[in-house]
Design a protein around this ligand. Structure first.
Ligand SMILES: Nc1ncnc2c1ncn2[C@@H]1O[C@H](COP(=O)(O)OP(=O)(O)OP(=O)(O)O)[C@@H](O)[C@H]1O
Ligand SMILES: [Mg+2]
Length: 252
């Protein structure tokens, strides 16, 4: 039996907007097993980032349970969750957030600096990670001097340097052209093949083919879950970008 890394059970989330309480996530359940490459997809505003933030321990659910590595994640306080996150999760966002005064190499090993890893060791690890994402040449540059695609490769290096159990990415190709996006997706594929567990959010159907499982969220609910070789999925990925609601209506 595959080890369950993450499990959401009947999770809801409401936000207070003015005088109103609006339920954004209306009861979501799914599992992430070790070795999965899961893509969560759905139209803009359907609640993908909200789900991801809750699973990362950043935002408590209104009701329901989030288990991370066999424990109720929200039984720990903010600090406890931050510790677990730091140890177990590597994160990649749409936009990289760099320590501006640090060069690429220093940014990549920054998570190890926070852990008190000795300079020689953290530099060695950072060069290894840069090599992995084919960015060794940029080590002494500032991140701001690099293209968005190159910066995203470095974000991946930084996410991987702590050897996390889980890599979580929210729209990692959101700011990239199709060539750079493909390169980033291939890196995720490579990490997945090397045994990493990946959870990615996207609204781009093109990339569903990289996932071992895809979870379609719509209007705060899981509309459908697909395994890698699901016929409906291949039909869906060739449908036009930006046409998600129609594509789903046709296929579900
Ligand atoms: N802190 C918050 N307070 C109030 N409303 C929020 C908050 N965070 C998210 N929302 C609302 O929840 C809904 C879902 O937002 P979310 O960011 O999860 O969508 P998304 O699926 O990630 O969209 P996108 O594809 O555009 O990134 C939106 O209507 C958003 O305005
Ligand atoms: Mg989002």
């Amino acid at each position: 039996m595959a080890e369950i890394i993450l499990q959401l059970t009947d999770v809801t989330k409401s936000f207070t907007l003015g005088a109103d309480e609006v339920q954004i996530i209306k009861g979501v359940s799914f599992k992430i097993n070790r070795g999965d490459f899961v893509i969560i997809f759905g139209p803009s505003g359907c609640g993908k980032s909200t789900v991801l933030n809750m699973t990362l321990g950043l935002e408590p659910p209104s009701t329901g349970l989030i288990n991370f590595l066999g424990k109720d994640f929200y039984a720990s306080d903010d600090d406890g969750r931050a510790q677990i996150r730091k140890k177990e999760v590597g994160m990649v966002y749409q936009q990289s957030n760099w320590v501006k005064a640090l060069n690429v190499l220093e940014n990549v090993y920054f998570p190890l600096t926070l852990r008190g890893v000795a300079p020689a060791e953290r530099e060695k690890r950072a060069w290894e990670m840069l090599k992995l994402v084919d960015m060794e040449k940029g080590g002494y540059q500032l991140p701001s001097e690099l293209s968005s695609g190159q910066q995203q490769r470095i974000s991946l290096a930084r996410a991987l340097i702590t050897d996390p159990t889980l890599i979580v990415a929210d729209e990692p190709t959101g700011n990239l052209d199709s060539k750079a996006s493909e390169e980033i997706m291939n890196l995720f594929k490579q990490f997945h093949q090397s045994g990493k567990t990946v959870v990615m959010v996207t609204h781009d159907l093109e990339y569903l083919r990289y996932a071992t499982r895809s979870i379609n969220i719509s209007d705060g609910l899981v509309l459908a879950e697909y395994s890698a070789n699901d016929d409906r999925l291949s039909k869906m990925s060739v449908s036009k970008r930006g046409n998600l609601p129609d594509a789903i209506k046709k296929l579900t």
